[in-house]
Design a protein around this ligand. Structure first.
Ligand code: PEP
Ligand code: MN
Length: 339
């Protein structure tokens, strides 16, 4: 059930409703909206009786939730969540967020050589894996702590916010210390202990769709994170597995409006993993912006042919500049500006 507060409800009234929900043995999730605060309730096994809550000062109405997810749905919050990372950098809302960088951090020099043209092209967020989930145990697994330290240096030198993956519960402690956003990869979308752990993290989470996950499964995975109290989640479409073999995955751009209909969380698109082919990244980026995505995550390597992972789908800095210029022309048509 959702408790919709009146638009003029005071902070004390909202706090009193939360205390009442706690006294009933449940967990309150007050989510401020543009017109009023809604309070989600979790931890109940059966429907919550509305009477005790409806009588409290400041309460507008109690409405049952019709969806299996309670906190990620638009029923709870009508307006799209805007995630504020500081320094004027946001994800969701009017500005298009572009996250760019190599698949993996390979060395200090490689990371700096990627970051300089990325920052110059106008992107504000840098990606790079320090912990890499690889199909083969013999493939490069990432530089771990050393990679995180290089990312922190990139943040200082270029003023970019850092997005990097945590592959398990143990790596979250480290990632949380060095990064601005924790990535949960496609392979881990239903790693429920990891989802609960990042739900208690103090920084936002980028949750990638599993390669065989439905919309509801993606939203329920996000629900795990919000139910632990971290409401700052960005969803990411990165391609799903189909019979098509002209691309690495099939980029399911139709999930963008579907997510936006069902959820208030921002959704970005990863055309790099979504296609697996460099020459398809710019066209699908244009399409992602046109379909209304809140941003893009793009693999960029200073020398793609030398990349230790995902070189085939990595843009070089010149191609990335081209991508930025093209989407910069499309974004205003959709009422968006570049972040
Ligand atoms: C990545 O972003 O480098 C990555 C491994 O992505 P995914 O989890 O979508 O495969
Ligand atoms: Mn990759």
């Amino acid at each position: 059930m959702l408790v919709m507060m009146k638009s003029n409800a005071t902070r004390e009234e909202i706090a009193a409703v939360c205390r009442k929900i706690e006294s009933m043995g449940f967990k309150p999730h007050p989510i401020p909206g543009s017109t009023r605060t809604a309070i989600g309730i979790t931890g109940n096994r059966a429907p919550v009786e509305p009477f005790a809550l409806e009588a409290l000062p400041g309460v507008g109405e109690c409405v049952p939730v019709s969806k299996p997810y309670k906190l990620v749905g638009r029923e709870l919050k009508e307006d799209t969540t805007v995630i504020d990372l500081g320094d004027g950098i946001t994800i969701g809302g009017g500005r298009l967020a572009v996250i760019a960088g190599p698949c993996a951090v390979e060395s200090r020099q490689q990371a700096r050589e990627a970051a300089a043209p990325i920052a110059a092209a106008g992107a504000r967020l840098f990606r790079g894996g320090a912990f890499k989930p690889r199909t083969s145990p013999y493939s490069f697994q990432g530089l771990a702590l050393e990679g995180l330290k290089i990312l922190a240096e990139v943040r200082e030198e270029f003023g970019l916010k850092i997005v990097t993956e945590a592959v398990d519960v143990e790596s979250v402690d480290l990632v949380e210390r060095y990064a601005d956003i924790i990535q949960v990869g496609a392979r881990n979308m239903q790693n429920f202990s990891l989802l609960k752990r990042v739900g208690r993290a103090r920084i936002p989470v980028l949750l990638k769709r599993g390669n065989a996950a439905t919309l509801d499964e993606l939203l329920m995975a996000a629900e795990y994170i919000l139910s632990e109290g971290n409401y700052r989640v960005i969803l990411c479409e990165r391609g799903i597995r189909t019979f098509a073999d002209h691309t690495r995955n099939t980029l399911d751009l139709s999930v963008v409006p579907a997510v936006q209909h069902a959820s208030h969380l921002p959704i970005i698109v990863d055309p790099s993993h979504g296609t697996g082919r460099r020459e398809k990244v710019i066209p699908m980026s244009r399409a992602a912006v046109a379909v209304g995505a809140d941003g893009l995550i793009i693999e960029v390597h200073p020398h793609p042919e030398q990349a230790m992972s995902d070189g085939n789908q990595s843009l070089d800095p010149v191609e990335f500049g081209q991508l930025m210029s093209e989407i910069g022309q499309i974004a205003p048509v959709l009422g968006r500006s570049m972040a």
